[in-house]
Ligand binder design. Structure first.
Ligand SMILES: NC(=O)c1ccc[n+]([C@@H]2O[C@H](COP(=O)([O-])OP(=O)(O)OC[C@H]3O[C@@H](n4cnc5c(N)ncnc54)[C@H](OP(=O)(O)O)[C@@H]3O)[C@@H](O)[C@H]2O)c1
Length: 479
């Protein structure tokens, strides 16, 4: 069979991970993925994606990834980066387009955002600029630019915000942006458009705006509440400023201040379809209604089948897990050793893998919650990112205010702290023979860093001892 060779970039991100899984179901496709950290993609039995490691700022690695490729997906953005993300996005997309041309790629498929330039936020402007750069050489490489607004799917940023607000607040006094109109779309439909674009016969660039019903954010909240069987009341209040609404979002949803502020900025302008190319080019795709897409997202969560989440990417503050699997630079440690007999070490490791999230942090959960609330107040993630699945972790998964930096089945779990700290911290669990060793590693930054450690020491004595003991106890009970 003559296979089409496809490259998926951003294959460790929210959309890219799901798209990779979908494309692997097509025998007529040969799939290659381009990732910054190959350890983040588990090679499941039967998955045949070829992996090339690198980033878009490295032209040599890009050339390697794009060699012999027919169709290349661009599913990358630099929004979480500390530096100016617009500059990074510009450079990244230029590199990608130019390397695609050199490699003889026939088509680029890009997923950007819905919305128009004159009312666009800084984030959306950068997404528009990326699309323009990618499609600037139609004589050399054709670009299909799919534009989506709010994506509804388990773990998507917008859906998690919606779900948390609706579940936690019976009465919502909201800023006036809740009346802004948008056209949400189910993540599975986004994947259908992206996939179908591989075979769309076009010699010209194409912009395809996708979406389901045209509705306001208020309509979305009330419809999501109906699906969840909840009665909710929404009262828009014009005096709530963007800053205030960002604070309001961080306390009731899993997102930190920086992301909340960018989102609120974006929510002020309409994100609705500007063309009908979706119907014209892909008449066979019938987008799910908003309520059905919410049902599907909730089912994915309830069935413990969440494939990817908004916080999977390694971008963002102190979040890059490459080269973070060795905490030997730490200079302060809290080490707890618990011996166990009559319990299989695998059981203890399973118990380690189940910490946090909805299960909480055992007896002193209240102290962990307090630390999470403080983290939220200073712009961090806090505890409410939870976890993707209750019993499974993979490299790069967010776990409350931690990120999985290393995982060796039945031997080691290393969590990198993503909370706001005057220093750097890890929490490590290792199992050797019949012993669980739990170590909190800390590298303080200056005097403040040291002060932080000593002020929190009494709490550490409580929470860390209890955590190690309960992990083993839990394993014993499940044996
Ligand atoms: N998610 C949504 O709700 C939504 C809505 C509308 C449009 N979109 C568009 O869909 C696209 C994908 O978004 P997403 O939500 O899937 O993003 P995401 O979850 O933040 O993932 C971004 C991906 O890009 C990778 N990446 C970042 N910089 C890179 C670089 N320089 N070189 C190589 N890889 C790099 C990241 O790798 P690491 O894992 O190593 O960090 C990650 O895999 C974006 O264009 C976005 O604008 C998304």
């Amino acid at each position: 069979m003559n296979q089409t060779r496809v490259l998926v970039t951003g294959a460790t991100g929210y959309i890219g991970r799901r798209l990779k899984n979908k494309l692997l179901e097509y025998p007529e496709l040969q799939v290659r993925i381009f990732v910054r950290n190959a350890l983040k993609v588990q090679k499941k039995a039967g998955q045949k994606a070829e992996i090339v490691e690198g980033d878009t700022f490295n032209r040599e690695k890009l050339a390697l990834a794009l060699k012999d490729i027919d169709v290349a997906f661009y599913l990358i953005h630099s929004m979480g980066a500390d530096k100016d993300f617009s500059d990074l996005d510009r450079k990244s997309s230029e590199n990608f387009r130019d390397t695609c041309i050199e490699a003889g790629v026939k088509k680029i498929i890009y997923l950007g955002g819905l919305g128009v330039k004159n009312t666009a936020s800084k984030h959306l402007l950068s997404r528009i600029e990326t699309g323009e750069i990618l499609s600037a050489r139609p004589d050399k490489v054709v670009t299909i630019w799919i534009r989506a607004g709010v994506i509804i799917g388990a773990g998507s940023k917008s859906f998690e915000i919606l779900r948390n607000l609706v579940q936690k607040l019976p009465i919502m006094v909201t800023p006036k942006w809740v009346t802004t109109r948008t056209q949400p779309i189910a993540v599975d439909d986004v994947l259908s458009y992206l996939t179908a674009s591989i075979w769309l016969d076009t010699r010209e660039n194409l912009i395809v705006d996708i979406g389901s019903e045209n509705m306001s954010f208020k309509d979305m909240m009330l419809a999501a509440a109906r699906v969840m069987g909840l009665r909710r009341y929404v009262f828009p209040l014009p005096v709530l400023t963007p800053k205030l609404s960002s604070y309001w979002l961080i306390f009731f949803t899993p997102i930190p201040y920086k992301i909340a502020a960018a989102l609120v900025e974006g929510l002020k302008s309409e994100t609705v379809q500007q063309n009908y190319n979706a119907k014209r080019c892909f008449p066979e795709i019938m987008p799910l209604s908003f309520e059905d897409s919410v049902r599907r997202a909730i089912k994915e969560i309830e069935d413990e089948q969440v494939v990817s989440r908004w916080c999977d990417s390694s971008a963002g503050d102190a979040c890059d897990i490459i080269l973070q699997d060795d905490p030997s630079s730490a200079i302060i440690r809290d080490r707890r050793v618990i011996e166990f007999s009559n319990i299989a070490p695998e059981k203890v490791f399973q118990s380690v893998l189940a910490i946090g999230g909805a299960r909480g942090w055992y007896k002193y959960n209240i102290l962990w919650r307090l630390r999470g609330a403080i983290d939220k107040m200073v712009g961090g993630y806090g505890l409410n990112r939870g976890r993707r699945l209750s019993g499974e972790l993979r490299l790069g998964d967010a776990l409350d205010f931690w990120k999985v930096a290393d995982i060796k089945p039945n031997k080691r779990l290393l969590l990198l702290a993503q909370m706001k700290l005057p220093g750097k911290a890890w929490l490590e669990f290792t199992i050797e023979d019949n012993t669980l060793v739990q170590t909190a590693h800390y590298y303080p930054r200056g005097i403040l860093g040291r002060l932080y450690w000593y002020i929190t020491l009494p709490f550490h004595n409580l929470v860390f001892q209890d955590l190690a003991e309960k992990i083993v106890k839990q394993a014993g009970e499940s044996s």
